[in-house]
Design a protein. Structure first.
Length: 118
């Protein structure tokens, strides 16, 4: 009997849940392009961003992370978060773009990342 082979390929990329600012720092350092959403529990717009961020994770070169800014107020202060969701795009550890205007479509995020992909 021949052993079964797994032809499914690599597992699709998914957003990573980050615990706090230290986890954000490690995530950003480990990825050339990193998109991080700062959200809070109970935020409806933040919840509506979840499927969008899943699409971005699968369709772009960026690693996607999510962190509850309400659980780490120092992190929220460090990035001057005034509203959620706040989306931060990092390249080589440097913050290069941010969105704070509420819901952001996958096409906008994928295009911004594609402009930085090599």
């Amino acid at each position: 009997m021949t052993p079964a082979t797994d032809d499914a390929g690599p597992e699709p990329r998914k957003p990573t849940i980050l615990a706090d600012g230290a986890a954000v720092d490690a995530f950003v350092a480990a990825n050339r392009l990193a998109l991080v959403e700062l959200y809070t529990s109970g935020c409806g717009i933040c919840a509506s961003m979840e499927p969008v961020l899943g699409i971005v994770a699968k369709a772009s070169d960026a690693a996607v992370g999510l962190v509850n800014a309400g659980d780490d107020l120092d992190l929220a202060a460090r990035f001057s978060v005034r509203s959620v969701p706040t989306l931060l795009l990092f390249e080589d550890g440097e913050l290069i773009e941010r969105w704070e205007s509420g819901f952001v479509g996958a096409d906008v995020l994928i295009e911004a990342i594609a402009d930085r992909s090599g």
